[in-house]
Design a protein around this ligand. Structure first.
Ligand code: URA
Length: 201
């Protein structure tokens, strides 16, 4: 049976499959469990570790601005990370840490079933499109074939990590442009109304 996000959160508290857990709090994703779009960053930072929530520090503030620029609120999307614990001194997560934490992200994706996954930065991109670098891949849709017969295709829409624009001001406009392209993609692929949504309007 499918777990709920609350159950997943409870299970993550008990988990000790990644050494980072010895010195950091678990940070699962958050947002709309029925979101069309799921944003996936790298790993929690200092503020995220303190508050046990993803993207609530400086990079999160810019992510909020970017979402707002296309008329979206945090609670209308789902926001998560590849790695569920803050690496010490904000170093990059290792391949081993990414692999160890990956089942949690896969469970989140199975629950949310997003139409579009936005890898924010190269660590998340590397999982979904391992042959592509961010320079070539960002700001456009890449359709992944379904993994199983009954699964739907999923669109990967890579965007630079917001923290990159905090270090390199030139990237700021690129980020806003890529979010505008994401909005255009979302608008041109609006889901068809379901019988439920028709009868309730
Ligand atoms: N950077 C990330 O990749 N994730 C966060 O949650 C915060 C900063």
């Amino acid at each position: 049976m499918q777990l709920t996000l609350t159950e997943l959160q409870e299970q993550l508290q008990q988990w000790n499959g990644c050494a980072l857990a010895e010195h950091a709090n678990p940070v699962l994703g958050e947002g709309d469990p029925h979101a069309r779009v799921m944003f996936i960053g790298e790993a929690p930072g200092k503020k995220e570790d303190e508050l046990k929530r993803p993207f609530v520090g400086p990079a999160g503030k810019l992510l909020d601005e970017l979402l707002q620029s296309i008329g979206l609120k945090r609670n209308e999307v789902y926001i998560s990370n590849v790695v569920k614990y803050r690496p010490p001194d904000n170093r990059d997560p290792t391949d081993e840490e990414k692999q160890q934490c990956m089942p949690w992200l896969q469970l989140e994706i199975a629950i949310i079933q997003p139409e579009i996954i936005v890898p924010l930065g190269r660590h998340a991109l590397g999982h979904f499109l391992p042959r592509l670098g961010m320079t070539a891949a960002h700001g456009k849709p890449h359709v992944l074939a379904p993994q199983q017969d009954d699964a739907k295709s999923i669109t990967i829409f890579p965007i630079y990590h917001p923290a990159a624009a905090l270090h390199n001001g030139n990237l700021r406009q690129t980020l806003f442009d890529d979010f505008a392209a994401l909005k255009q993609f979302l608008d041109s692929h609006s889901p068809l109304p379901t019988p439920d949504s028709q009868s309730s309007s």
